[in-house]
Design a protein around this ligand. Structure first.
Ligand SMILES: Cc1cc2ncn([C@H]3O[C@H](COP(=O)(O)O)[C@@H](O)[C@H]3O)c2cc1C
Ligand SMILES: O=C(O)c1cccnc1
Length: 336
């Protein structure tokens, strides 16, 4: 299990990302070619099966311990008037997750996933990053370690977040990592009006100016502009990669955790599937920058891991076809 004791450990883990098991990928691709269908006719379902084979290291991948993990954190930048909801909703929603009443409870259950919720110091919001770094080094490392620890023994990891104000942090991370200013990456989040959207864009642009001389490592970008739940997702993604556990990403906010990592380690998203493309305006561009093609596009704009959990139903179907279909030889069907 990975532990990050220093920012150097994060850089080290990013410099040593393992590749997939190419033999398992080849074996899975060979099986797909034998199944009773024209080659390629199951489209991306075939790619999903080969992808999971490579990361699970077996020609016949399975989902037996599919785990959804939702990280929660609070954000000082809400003081800039960037969310349609008050910061107290973060803790209230964590209570709702525990009571089973949130969308992710229903969607994780429908997808056959266990659900873990990891609240991260909700009583201590990050600093307002328009004025100071969001987190200290110790705070950011602790959040990343909470993320790394949460992967447990999952064989498929579904990541989600809850944190009022975090679509502003996500926009800042995307801009710092891939260029552009606040207006390029700010979206409506929980549904801010035009004035709220302008405040978000302004907050991001102000933060980029304040931190501009210090954005030269993935860790510093995450620490200065992210939040605890986003840093935890980054830690979980890195830890999952080193454990060769495939990951399903959710919306704009979840995906934004990869932006600073990808700037310094472009292969970081190779063990990740994009569950969906959110209606949040920056998500389509963020996915494009990460080289990810979303599985679903259902106009969701919720977070919590909701779109990722939904996509697991497609992933399960891909594996059902891969593992249960007959080959041409078994079925006595003539090959081309
Ligand atoms: C009741 C409620 C449940 C949510 N579940 C996820 N989010 C989503 O909205 C927040 C991001 O939007 P913004 O940056 O505009 O605050 C995050 O908590 C995200 O997970 C929710 C938001 C609300 C209000
Ligand atoms: O895409 C997301 O992750 C998202 C969009 C709006 C609000 N919360 C989350």
């Amino acid at each position: 299990m990975i532990r990050f004791s220093s920012p150097g450990d994060v850089a080290g883990a990013l410099a040593t990302l393992p590749p997939p098991d190419e033999a398992a990928r080849a074996a899975a691709a060979a099986r797909q070619a034998q199944l009773t269908k024209p080659p390629g006719s199951l489209g991306r379902l075939e790619e999903i099966a080969v992808f999971l084979a490579g990361w699970q290291g077996t020609a016949r991948p399975r989902i037996e311990r599919g785990c959804a993990v939702v990280f929660a954190g609070n954000h000082g930048v809400v003081a800039q008037g960037v969310s349609a909801f008050p910061a107290g909703v973060t803790a209230q929603m964590v209570a709702n997750f525990a009571a089973g009443g949130a969308a992710i409870n229903a969607l994780a259950q429908a997808a056959g996933l266990t659900l873990a919720v990891v609240p991260l110091d909700l009583d201590t919001p990050t600093a307002d990053f328009t004025l100071a770094p969001a987190m200290t080094e110790a705070e950011c490392l602790a959040a990343m370690n909470a993320g790394a620890a949460a992967i447990g023994d999952a064989d498929l990891l579904v990541l989600g977040e809850m944190g009022i104000g975090n679509s502003t942090a996500a926009a800042a991370l995307a801009a710092a990592s891939f260029g552009g200013d606040g207006a390029d990456w700010a979206g409506r989040g929980t549904g801010v009006d035009d004035a709220g959207l302008a405040r978000k864009a302004q907050a991001v642009t102000a933060a980029l100016a304040l931190h501009r001389h210090h954005l030269d490592t993935a860790f510093e970008i995450l620490r200065r502009l992210g939040g605890r739940e986003i840093a935890a997702i980054a830690g979980a993604v890195i830890a999952a990669r080193h454990a060769r556990v495939p990951v399903v990403l959710d919306g704009f906010i979840c995906t934004s955790a990869l932006a600073p990592l990808a700037r310094f380690a472009p292969a970081i998203a190779a063990h990740c599937l994009a569950g969906h493309c959110s209606a949040e305006s920056g998500h389509v561009r963020l996915l494009d920058r990460l080289g990810l093609a979303p599985l679903l596009r259902l106009e969701l704009r919720l977070g919590e891991g909701s779109g990722a959990a939904l996509a697991v139903q497609v992933i399960r179907a891909a594996l059902a076809a891969h593992n249960r279909m007959a080959t041409f030889a078994e079925a006595g069907v003539s090959a081309a």
